[in-house]
Design a protein around this ligand. Sequence first.
Ligand code: HEC
Ligand code: HEC
Ligand code: HEC
Ligand code: HEC
Length: 148
Amino acid sequence: MKGSFVSVAIGVAVLGLGALAASAAPTYVGATKCKMCHKVEYDSWAQTKHAKATADAKAAKDRKFDAACLTCHATDKNEAMAGVQCEACHGAGSDYKTLSVMKDLAKAKAAGLVMPTQETCNGCHDGKDHHKHQAFNPNVHAHKVAAK
Ligand code: HEC
Ligand code: HEC
Ligand code: HEC
Ligand code: HEC
């Protein structure tokens, strides 16, 4: 009796997971995963203010840090994903990070890769409060040419 209940329960759990995997949204993998293949972009990005966005918000003197700051001052609104990382602009990477998908731009986009536009920037740089507007900049990783 007990044994068959357990196997039915496992069967249901496996089916449930399968259904989830087929329809689940991509998840965030973190910038160190992207670094494996994009060291140039990573090293440059690491010197931008985006990389330090969570630490800077926590250290703010004129505004009190709270979880709502993470909407723009982290990736996936989550302090465990500190900084405005790659995926805050390029989309969650779990489904496009493999080489076979990445080397085919159309496939990568279908798997969630975002090539950012002004709209992407506007998501955080909404021009309100201290969230200054920033013009789209194709070299936004390159700390030496940060737009103003
Ligand atoms: C296994 C290696 C690998 C990993 C991991 C990887 N990429 Fe890529 N990526 C590539 C390759 C190969 C290309 C094809 C273009 C090139 O050679 O740079 C590419 C292209 C891109 C492009 C440019 C698309 C275009 O054609 O203009 C972006 C943006 C990008 N990757 C972002 C990311 C992000 C963000 C991550 C982490 C979530 C990531 N990649 C992880 C290998 C990888
Ligand atoms: C709607 C998105 C958004 C939210 C929410 C937000 N910020 Fe910001 N924050 C930004 C943007 C965008 C910038 C960069 C503006 C620029 O381009 O110079 C910034 C810059 C900053 C800076 C550095 C420049 C400055 O103005 O001092 C600090 C510190 C900061 N934010 C703290 C916070 C704190 C603390 C919170 C929560 C109470 C918060 N932010 C909430 C988007 C946001
Ligand atoms: C603030 C937003 C933003 C962040 C954060 C960001 N990127 Fe980008 N990325 C862009 C933009 C904008 C482009 C240029 C898109 C275009 O040319 O249409 C780009 C282009 C790229 C390209 C194509 C080749 C190139 O250098 O132009 C790769 C690869 C890439 N990003 C990888 C990364 C990786 C890896 C990270 C994290 C270490 C990262 N990006 C973080 C906005 C961002
Ligand atoms: C997920 C939210 C988010 C997105 C998307 C985003 N940014 Fe930012 N950006 C920030 C935050 C937060 C800061 C402030 C970081 C700090 O000062 O610690 C910032 C800072 C900057 C700065 C530095 C300003 C300075 O004072 O030097 C530039 C330039 C910038 N962003 C440009 C862009 C561009 C261009 C895009 C679109 C391609 C973009 N950002 C997308 C949140 C974002």
